[in-house]
Ligand binder design. Structure first.
Ligand SMILES: Cc1cc2nc3c(=O)[nH]c(=O)nc-3n(C[C@H](O)[C@H](O)[C@H](O)COP(=O)(O)OP(=O)(O)OC[C@H]3O[C@@H](n4cnc5c(N)ncnc54)[C@H](O)[C@@H]3O)c2cc1C
Length: 412
């Protein structure tokens, strides 16, 4: 049987950050990732101020800034006849007072490169964890299967499930999340992008649809929110109708009416919002979406997962080095991360119930002339209140300090 000190399952934002930080503490870490690479276009692209600060602390800021990217500084909410700025990130202390939009594969590649420079870091791609190893009630590692069909086991002092919202390890540990209803799923597809198109992120809202277009150079990555459970019925109608809906609110897309010719080109992503009551067992911890699946609303799930990784590395590096990680140490990570998780999930649930559900059921009008609704007028008209969404979106409830052992003055 192979051996490592910490086995991290899942090379997403939570797992890669945790793996890199622990390796910088000199701890032997093996990260398992089931895919061949990070090139999966259904990942979100948002990199928030606390993650930008983290990258600077890790000495990776310069390399990150060299990646192709755009910036979001303000968030607007449409209302009848206009749009109101609900979060102005430029009011936050700088220099990282914006959200960077970077393809997530570039961000994860950067972390993987930084990990490769650490002698105790090992990333095993094409390796899928298939279950937990247990000894006298304690989790002592994982079983795995590679893409080539090879199977094996890795023993570890600590196993961390960062395997996302469909976590296999969470199920193997019999930890069951409490689920909250979500009103939507997401259609995910590409449209060609022309040089004359707008640049950056474009939000589109029609009567029963909301879409976000992400600028990926020569194509738009389109995310369209649909009513939960409406996918099967919609797929019985011609796919061109879906693009025509977008053209109705974005006439500059008219020349691409036939660009999506088959429903096979449209992926449906199941949106979940859930949270574990208990995040750990003896020798085992869940982080990121494996502990709390996030809705795409606000684009904050990546940052929350990154911050989970930072907190866990900072709080557990000492006990791991002393080979004395207790269930209490693991429980403390959950206590530390609970408040930001609950705060953001609660906000997402309110936005689902008050904004998205009625919009997707066609019960609120977003087009036409009119004044902003009262809550928006109060929010945007009160300087103190105006700061709250910017703070929550940009900085979360409290950012996690980067541990000293992980800091570097420049990239190595
Ligand atoms: C449609 C949609 C759009 C979203 N858009 C955004 C956005 O724009 N911004 C944002 O901040 N958040 C967004 N989110 C939320 C965000 O994707 C998650 O909160 C975030 O990715 C969680 O990070 P993670 O590291 O916990 O898990 P993940 O990013 O899900 O990473 C898990 C990793 O584990 C790997 N894995 C899974 N099982 C195994 C296994 N058994 N063995 C080995 N590897 C395994 C997976 O391949 C994956 O690489 C979106 C969510 C949805 C559903």
């Amino acid at each position: 049987m192979e051996r490592t000190t910490v086995c991290v399952v899942g090379g997403g934002p939570a797992g890669m950050v945790l793996g890199l930080l622990l390796a910088r503490a000199g701890i032997e870490v093996t990260v398992l990732e089931k895919h061949d690479d990070f090139l999966r276009d259904f990942r979100g692209d948002t990199v928030h101020p606390p993650t930008l600060d983290l990258l600077d602390d890790l000495g990776l800021g310069e390399r990150f800034r060299a990646l192709p990217q755009s910036r979001i500084e303000r968030v607007q909410v449409p209302f009848r006849g206009g749009a109101a700025t609900v979060a102005d990130l430029t009011t936050l202390p700088g220099p990282n007072n914006f959200v960077a939009m970077v393809p997530q594969w570039d961000f994860l590649d950067l972390l993987a490169d930084a990990g490769a420079a650490e002698p105790t870091f090992r990333l095993r791609m094409r390796t899928e964890a298939t279950g937990l190893l247990r000894e006298n009630g304690r989790v002592v590692g994982v079983t795995y299967r590679t893409r080539d069909g090879e199977t094996g086991s890795i023993a570890a002092d600590l196993t961390v499930a960062c395997d996302g919202r469909g976590s296999i390890l969470r199920a193997a540990a019999e930890l069951r999340p409490k689920s909250y209803p979500t009103p939507m799923d997401v259609w995910w597809f590409r449209l060609p992008r022309l040089a004359s198109d707008p640049a950056g992120i474009v939000g589109l809202i029609s009567k029963a649809r909301a879409a976000v277009l992400i600028d990926r150079g020569d194509y738009w990555q389109v995310a369209t929110l649909i009513r939960k459970g409406s996918d099967a019925e919609a797929r019985r109608t011609p796919v061109e109708g879906m693009v025509r809906d977008l053209i109705g609110v974005a006439p500059w897309l008219a020349d691409r009416a036939d660009a999506v010719s088959s429903w096979d080109d449209v992926k449906t992503l199941d949106v979940k919002l859930d949270r574990l009551r208990r995040w750990h067992l003896d020798g085992f911890l869940c982080l990121g979406d494996a502990a709390h699946a996030m809705s795409p609303i606000g684009g904050v799930g990546i940052n929350l997962a990154v911050q989970d990784g930072v907190a866990a590395a900072r709080m557990l590096a000492g006990p791991i080095q002393r080979r004395s990680v207790s269930t209490w140490d693991l429980a403390k990570v959950r206590w530390r991360r609970l408040l930001p998780t609950v705060a953001i999930q609660t906000l997402q649930r309110v936005l689902h119930a008050r904004g998205l559900r009625p919009a997707l059921e066609g019960k609120i009008e977003v087009a036409g002339a009119g004044r902003p609704p009262l809550p928006l007028r109060v929010l945007t008209g009160t300087p103190l209140l105006r700061r709250i969404p910017a703070q929550l979106l940009g900085r979360s409830v409290f950012p996690e300090p980067t541990p000293e052992f992980a800091r570097r003055s420049a990239a190595r």
